[in-house]
Design a binder for this molecule. Structure first.
Ligand code: FES
Length: 143
């Protein structure tokens, strides 16, 4: 594997929970992988399958959606819709030759900074294990 490979991880985080947990992790000076790029959204229900696929097309090695805990979405069922979008996108990833596990869904409450940090570490570690996004390899951006 390319020794210079440094994973790019994209996290779509709900403003009300996962994003607040990320903020808290920062205030608590919790250490987690610096590879994560956070996209703040008002609710994970706003995430579309296309956004997830586009993140991979733009070079993400792993992607995750982090929403409120089930039953706690501020917009009723946004996180349940997001869960379905993640499942759909996983199937599409498989069809185009990417490992579906490159995409995950987490439910993280605003106070759970530890879980936020763990999710960031897990998805970064997974990206290291799987290697670069095959789309980047096909474009010759990584070896
Ligand atoms: Fe957080 Fe809907 S408001 S997932």
């Amino acid at each position: 594997m390319d020794n210079h490979y440094e994973p790019k991880v994209v996290a779509f985080c709900c403003h009300y929970c996962a994003y607040s947990a990320a903020d808290l992790a920062g205030s608590m000076r919790l250490e987690y992988a610096p590879n994560v790029r956070i996209v703040r959204i008002m609710c994970t229900g706003k995430v579309d399958t296309l956004h997830l696929l586009k993140a991979f097309e733009d070079g993400a090695d792993t992607v995750y959606v982090a929403g409120c805990e089930e039953g706690s979405c501020h917009f009723q069922e946004g996180n349940l819709h997001a869960k379905m979008k993640v499942i759909q996108a996983k199937m599409l990833l498989k069809e185009v030759g990417l490992e579906p596990e490159r995409l995950e869904m987490y439910n993280i409450s605003a106070s759970n900074s530890v879980l936020f940090a763990r999710a960031a570490d897990e998805m970064t570690e997974l990206a290291r294990k799987l290697g670069p996004n095959p789309l980047k390899k096909a474009r010759g951006e990584v070896k």
